[in-house]
Design a protein around this ligand. Structure first.
Ligand code: SF4
Ligand code: SF4
Length: 485
């Protein structure tokens, strides 16, 4: 009788131990592109909280600020209030559709070039190369027993990583408070406990994820590679080893001795040596490939050295791979990028962006909300007129005090006053000062002749005297006793 093990095959370990990855330095077009993107993204992240933006005396002068205490989000000239959260939702939807667009066009380019995990791991690897040396020196040092040199190098490397990780966590909290003030408070011990806790957590995660876990975050922890697989199709660009050109692989010496028996791959392993996730792209598309294209740079260099055309490893779609295998020529890159699916994604993405820009340009920074008192609905005054009472709230969404005029239209003979004045001050409009960035609440009284319909619709408008002339308006009901119709 066979044992359970005979039936299920050899026992697989539940967890495979990590094999160390020591990526070799490489130069080439994609490496330089990665340098440029790394410089831009890191500069944006570290510098943005320090950019000042003058919004007048009543608002913070930090260009990008998530002001949780006052429930505001500032981004240069744009200020988002909590009731305008749909703009943030719109931005998130745009980011999602943008990722759909990029992934369907150029595969996992986000992972390979601009994901924070990729950018910080890349940065940490450069520090590692600077201190430990390139791949071979790192391998030697890893195998060496603990001596003065290894301890000194490890301590230096970890210290620099920790320094970067600390500034990464430190920069994050500056998006949530005035950066210069927060730095002073932080070092003098007067910052909020949550600021120290956030910096501590982000320092630890950056240090561990960028320094030690690296490709394991991409392969095992991040859900994005799985999601992206569903977004790609046979027309998406992937980093591809062209096995129809490279196989049968063999050493340069063997290939020179019998050129007809071998393909272009000289099995030099340079593509594997430079790979930051330690995979062999010649085994086909795989979840560990973040499409950073460094193997393309490495292989192009090898091809140049052996006098073969570049592109044995290259960006290629599955459709083009089939065509090339049959001896044809793949589509031009532009045709691959501009196809119905990517154009539709781009159309949706731009439509949302334009709609947001349009509504941002149209929005008023004055918000009017009026509620009719229900009990009593109306009151008959001693002079015979009918009074309705309302609660009016004016929100001044500008960082300066403003005088706001309140007008009513469509209610003949009506007079209006507030609980800040008296009946003697009643006129066809009222005005009051509203503090910057504040809500002003008043009781509003409207008196109109008793003769008239039981329910009259009228318009109430609020307009600021300075800026934002469009203001806001609302339609209200004025009620009278039925007998007086
Ligand atoms: S296989 Fe090539 S593209 Fe993929 S992660 Fe490795 S080096 Fe980058
Ligand atoms: S770098 Fe190019 S030639 Fe060398 S092993 Fe990789 S695919 Fe083959």
């Amino acid at each position: 009788m066979s044992s359970p093990e005979d039936l299920t095959g050899p026992k697989q370990p539940l967890y495979q131990a990590r094999k160390g990855v020591y990526p070799k330095a490489v130069d080439g077009f994609y490496r330089r592109l990665k340098w440029a993107i790394m410089a831009v993204t890191l500069a944006i992240y570290y510098i943005t909280p320090w950019i000042r933006w003058d919004r007048g005396a009543y608002a913070p002068d930090q260009a990008v600020l998530v002001d949780l205490a006052n429930r505001r989000f500032y981004m240069f000239q744009i200020e988002i209030w909590p009731h305008e959260f749909y703009y943030v939702v719109g931005l998130l939807v745009m980011a999602g559709i943008g990722l759909f667009l990029v992934t369907s066009a150029v595969g996992r380019a986000w992972c390979g070039y601009s994901c924070p995990q990729t950018v910080w791991t890349d940065l940490f690897q450069h520090v590692e190369r600077f201190i430990d040396g390139d791949r071979n020196a790192q391998l030697r040092l890893e195998k060496a027993s603990w001596g003065a040199e290894k301890i000194a190098k490890r301590l230096s490397k970890w210290s620099v990583w920790l320094f970067i990780a600390f500034w990464t966590g430190g920069a994050w909290i500056m998006y949530f408070a005035d950066a210069p003030t927060l730095v002073r408070d932080f070092w003098s011990g007067n910052a909020a406990p949550v600021a120290y806790a956030t910096v501590g957590i982000l320092t630890a995660t950056t240090f561990i994820f960028g320094g030690f876990m690296r490709e394991q975050v991409c392969i095992y922890m991040c859900p994005w590679p799985r999601i992206q697989t569903a977004m790609m199709d046979e027309k998406s660009l992937l980093v591809t080893y062209k096995d129809w050109r490279g196989e049968k692989r063999g050493s340069l010496k063997a290939a020179q001795a019998d050129p007809a028996a071998f393909g272009d791959c000289i099995d030099c392993n340079q593509c594997v040596a430079v790979c930051p996730t330690g995979i062999d792209i010649r085994e086909g598309p795989q979840i560990g490939c973040i499409t950073c294209a460094l193997c393309i740079d490495a292989c192009d260099k090898v091809m140049a050295q052996v006098g073969k055309p570049r592109g044995l490893i290259d960006y290629c779609t599955l459709d083009d791979a089939d065509i090339e295998k049959k001896g044809g020529t793949g589509k031009p890159v532009l045709k691959t990028l501009f196809r119905p699916r990517t154009i539709i994604y781009f159309g949706i993405w731009s439509a949302i962006g334009l709609a947001m820009l349009f509504t941002l340009g149209q929005r008023t920074r004055l918000d009017l909300a009026v509620q009719h008192d229900r009990n009593p609905v109306y009151v008959q005054l001693s002079d015979g007129t009918i009074r309705n009472n309302y609660t009016l709230k004016i929100r001044n969404m500008q960082a300066r005090p403003r005088i706001v005029d309140i007008y009513i239209e469509g209610l003949p003979g009506a007079q209006v006053w507030t609980d800040e004045g008296d009946r003697a001050s009643a006129r066809q409009n009222v005005n009051f000062a509203v503090d910057p960035d504040a809500v002003h609440k008043v009781r509003l009284f409207i008196a109109a002749p008793a003769k008239g319909p039981a329910r009259t619709e009228f318009q109430i408008s609020a307009r600021a005297r300075t800026g934002d002339e469009r203001g806001d308006s609302d339609t209200l009901i004025f009620e009278r006793p039925k007998d007086d119709q």
